[in-house]
Design a protein around this ligand. Structure first.
Ligand code: PRP
Length: 181
């Protein structure tokens, strides 16, 4: 079925993403000095970022996946964060690094960090590929950020609009159908 007409403008190319992830991985390796990490990857959006980041890491790590959803099929957060898959996480005494694709309002990551903090990790840090300005409004310390971006809704590199565009290799601004000039 044909999609509504929408515009996609390239914001961050595959090449820039690759270079930035390599730098993030070097920073993480330097900070953890070979201590083992527990990565907690936030589905669905972060799966592409996590795949590329982990293949650049020298630090030994284990990987767990949790799910978080607040956007449904729209471009605005519903404000409610639904978390899943957190029940079996064993993080006591572990160095935990949460891997997120984007900090938009920051509410998802704040909810995740709150929950994981109660699991008794030795340390807890956050790595996000993208950060929007609104995330600065929350008291949310992101330890590793790939790119600070503007307010636009973005897709690609794991991120979707109504489940589409996750497979794009770069990050794109999405202007939904009807709003494009
Ligand atoms: C997106 C994104 C982050 C979150 C960021 O997830 O992957 O997890 O929203 O928004 P926030 O900072 O305003 O909370 P989404 O709810 O779209 O689910 P998905 O990753 O499964 O597509």
């Amino acid at each position: 079925m044909p999609n509504r007409i929408e515009r996609l403008d390239l914001l961050i190319s595959e090449r820039r993403i690759r270079a930035r992830i390599a730098a993030l991985a070097r920073g993480i390796d330097a900070d953890y000095h070979g201590r083992s990490l527990s990565l907690v990857v936030v589905l669905k959006g972060a799966y592409v970022f996590a795949a590329d980041l982990t293949r650049q890491l020298g630090t030994p790590f284990t990987t767990d996946f949790i799910s978080a959803s607040s956007y449904g099929a729209g471009t605005r957060s519903s404000g409610k964060v639904a978390l899943g898959g957190t029940g079996g996480l064993q993080l006591d005494g572990r160095h935990v690094l949460v891997v997120e694709d984007i900090l938009d309002s920051g509410r998802t990551s704040a909810a995740i960090l709150d929950l994981l903090r109660r699991r008794g990790p030795a340390s807890l840090a956050l790595c996000a590929l993208l950060r929007k300005p609104a995330a600065g409004g929350l008291d949310l310390a992101a330890d590793y950020v790939g790119f600070d971006i503007g307010h636009d809704f973005v897709v690609g590199y794991g991120m979707d609009y109504a489940e589409r565009h996750r497979n794009l290799r770069g990050v794109y601004r999405l202007i939904p159908g009807g709003a494009a000039g």
